[in-house]
Design a protein around this ligand. Structure first.
Ligand code: ZN
Length: 414
């Protein structure tokens, strides 16, 4: 690493960067689209804003600062290629369809092999592997006779075969701005200011259209034969899940996250056993993308408010602390379905009207919506469920005003 600090917005760097390969977002092949180079080992080749690995870029910086990682280290991509083939699908060639991930992100080692060998630092933003998963709820479903082991997709010991994909965010800024129906310049300015000027190129380099933001990405869990995706006859089941560490991992009882996730996986396994494909999309958008600190503050405010925790004030308590009810913004969410070539979801294990409407808006058909079975809703999660249903969540019943005014669940210290 050179001893002087290189400002990415510095005119000298700018001139160099202009020699980097241009990105033609939505081009029909990886070669025509061009590699996305956000690595810092070759500043002259950079053609994107931001840095690889999302939020983990900060740990990389720490590792370099602490002397544990060479700043010029480049990944050796030998044997890292996808464990299952995904795409290319026609949606990859549409600049408007996919704007928040690189559809070629798992294929860069193969598609740009010669350029990498020639010294360009081109890195994958997607990795695809295979695994077995096992959750106690699945053993429960087998014991209750809802699931039947087949010795392939689902074993008697509860092991489930999956293909999984990790996806880092790659934003095509004009496309992201268009989804939110805002000006690209307004988007760039807010991103620059709200990261305290972390990425000056957002405002100094309008010619650079691609941004790797420092946020969490997503993980896909696929059940069944992934090669069937993209065929119109393939039936698809899906649970789209936003991270809730408290419930998902630790089983905390104030929401329905883990029970709904487990139910969604059950629906996915059934679909795979019937010859279709099951898909769980797991987004790192903790606490409606407000983060856990905000989330826990809201829990306290809900439990301590006068009149107790009740559905009629559920969204107001979040808004008091966060200023908004939700920052997940489903506008970018459909991209991953386009990436997988999915145009129809036969069984959709989600009650969210926002998620449903975002998919339909993007031309993806939702055939059957599968709500969480009532028996799986923890007692303390009743307030959240009632509030969401009253606000438009998919359900066969709607609570009345009297119901919404009832305090429910445990006290803060119980
Ligand atoms: Zn939750």
């Amino acid at each position: 690493m050179s001893s002087h600090i290189v400002l990415t917005s510095h005119p000298q760097t700018q001139r160099n960067a202009l020699t980097g390969t241009q990105i033609h977002w939505g081009a029909s092949t990886a070669a025509e689209r061009g590699p996305i180079i956000a690595s810092l080992t070759t500043p002259a080749q950079r053609n994107a804003i931001g840095s690889h690995s999302g939020a983990y870029a900060v740990y990389r910086a720490l590792a370099i600062a602490a002397g544990r990682l060479q700043a010029d280290h480049r990944p050796d991509l030998t044997d890292t290629s996808p464990a299952a083939a995904i795409g290319p699908h026609p949606q990859w060639r549409d600049a408007q369809r996919i704007v928040s991930m690189d559809p070629w992100g798992h294929l860069v080692a193969a598609e740009f092999a010669e350029r990498i060998a020639a010294g360009e630092d081109i890195r994958p933003t997607i990795a695809v592997t295979k695994a077995h998963i096992n959750m106690p709820e699945l053993l429960g479903a087998i014991a209750a006779g809802r699931l039947t082991p087949d010795g392939d997709i689902l074993n008697a010991n509860g092991d489930v075969k999956v293909t999984k994909a990790a996806i880092d965010p790659v934003w095509y800024l004009p496309g992201v701005a268009e989804r939110f129906q805002i000006k690209e310049s307004a988007l760039r300015r807010a991103l620059f200011e709200q990261t305290a000027g972390m990425f000056p190129e957002l405002v100094t380099r309008p010619d650079l259209k691609v941004f790797l933001p420092p946020i969490g990405g997503m993980t896909l869990y696929l059940f069944g034969d992934v090669a069937q995706l993209g065929r119109p006859e393939t039936r698809v089941a899906c649970r789209l899940h936003d991270e809730c560490n408290g419930s998902d991992v630790f089983g905390s009882d104030i929401c329905t996250c883990r029970p709904y996730l487990a139910h969604g996986i059950e629906v996915c396994i059934e679909m795979a056993q019937q010859g279709g494909v099951g898909l769980v999309v797991y987004n790192r958008k903790e606490g409606r993308a407000l983060g856990e600190v905000t989330k826990f503050l809201v829990y306290n405010a809900r439990k301590r408010q006068q009149g107790g925790d009740r559905a009629e004030t559920y969204f107001a308590r979040t808004e008091c602390v966060a200023g908004v009810q939700d920052m997940r913004f489903q506008e970018l969410m459909p991209d991953v379905f386009h990436w997988l070539g999915i145009t129809r979801i036969d069984r959709w294990a989600s009650m969210s009207n926002m998620k449903h409407d975002a998919l339909v808006q993007q031309g993806i058909e939702v055939v059957e919506r599968v709500p969480i079975p009532d028996a799986l809703i923890p007692a303390d999660a009743r307030v959240e469920m009632d509030a969401k249903v009253a606000a438009g969540y998919f359900s066969s019943w709607v609570p009345d005003a009297n119901e919404l005014a009832q305090a429910k669940g445990r006290g803060l210290n119980e």
